[in-house]
Design a protein around this ligand. Structure first.
Ligand code: MG
Length: 357
């Protein structure tokens, strides 16, 4: 029996910003392009749930988001906080989450910066898969202070739709025998591949729900939508045989460690840093890559503020001693005013080698 899970972080970019900046907690946050006082021409990447209450959501023009925020302000509510997209930070957090998910499955596919598929067939039952995913959700919340939604199904299609079913912080299990019934009442837009254009074509034919689509023969759907019509015929019946595609090409190799207790003891931290370097180097040595060019470290303080610092060499390097020396050099400013003026205790340290070749 095949069991597939899909994990989707809740309002990911905005949640990371909220987590890392105490002053944002509980406020509407909009991550995207610069609103330029309402004249900006870009779009919203992610809005947190508070901002969604104002009508702000992904892909909305940023000028509209600004307008909605101004309206809210006039109504006496807090205006939205507009932030640029800090992709480096989000992909760092994303790789931490992947490392957690990887412990639950050997077959694993990153679908986007905040979405992953992973296979749980080895657990043997949907009950066991549900138990594992509850644990996984808790682990992500404990370690990364972020919430996610997970869907479990007999294939990627159902898992993906199920993860969206009870957002945020949801866990939805749809077994093989439930899959078709689960899909029937959903609006057609919930089926991956049906975008606004296809939706309009189908709506104009009086098709709104998945169950309406099931009245059509295979040939009719193909005539209406071409090749996609054939896929759709299977999809609305809960059938999907696409495989989990593992990405074998590691772009980076990293390890991190959360301390038992937050600390600013330089001896303790540098000792753990060296240990991390050794582990990373062992994985690098086994990876088949011969060189790296970038070394980066991550430091998370007790209040979850997270900073990454990196050094890129002009030439390829390959020595453990270089990794140790350079990561220590990157770490030292965190013990003094350069990177840590408030002398905050450190919760987590990570080391990564990148630009592998
Ligand atoms: Mg998401």
């Amino acid at each position: 029996m095949r069991i597939v899970a899909h994990i989707d972080m809740d309002a990911f970019f905005a949640s990371v910003e909220e987590r890392d900046n105490e002053r944002f907690v509980g406020l509407p946050i909009v991550v995207g392009s610069d609103p330029e006082g309402g004249k900006g021409r870009g779009v919203v990447s992610t809005a947190n749930y508070k901002a969604r209450e104002y009508g702000i959501r992904s892909a909305l023009p940023i000028s509209k988001a600004w307008e909605y925020s101004e309206n809210a302000k006039r109504a006496g509510k807090p205006p939205a906080i507009f932030l640029g997209v800090n992709m480096r930070l989000y992909s760092d957090v994303s790789s931490h989450i992947m490392e957690i998910v990887e412990q639950y499955s050997e077959e694993f596919e990153q679908a986007s910066v905040d979405e992953m598929y992973f296979d749980l067939s080895h657990l043997g039952s949907f009950e066991e898969a549900e138990r594992a995913c509850k644990k996984l959700k808790k682990e992500i919340k404990d370690r990364e202070r972020l919430s996610c939604s997970i869907g479990i199904g007999p294939n990627k299609l159902i898992a993906k739709i199920a993860s969206d079913f009870q957002k945020p912080d949801g866990l939805t299990v749809v077994t093989n025998s439930e899959a078709e019934k689960f899909l029937e009442p959903l609006t057609i837009r919930k089926i991956p591949g049906i975008g606004p254009k296809t939706e309009e074509i189908l709506n104009n034919k009086g098709i709104n729900k998945v169950k309406d689509l099931k009245k059509f023969e295979l040939g009719e759907l193909k005539e209406l939508l071409g090749k996609f019509g054939g896929d759709l015929y299977l999809k609305v019946r809960g059938i999907d045989n696409t495989e989990i595609v593992e990405e074998h090409e590691a772009k980076s190799i990293g390890e991190q460690e959360t301390f038992m207790q937050n600390t600013l003891d330089a001896n303790v931290i540098t000792e753990r840093l060296n240990h991390l370097c050794t582990t990373v180097f062992k994985r690098f040595a086994k990876s088949g890559f011969k060189y790296f060019r970038t070394i980066s470290i991550t430091v998370r303080f007790g209040d979850f503020e997270t900073k990454s610092r990196a050094h890129t060499f002009s030439e390829n390097v390959k020595e453990l001693s270089v990794l140790e020396f350079e990561s220590l050099k990157l770490l030292l400013p965190f013990f003094d005013a350069r990177e840590n003026p408030k002398r905050k205790a450190i919760r987590l340290v990570g080391v990564k080698v990148e630009k592998l070749s």
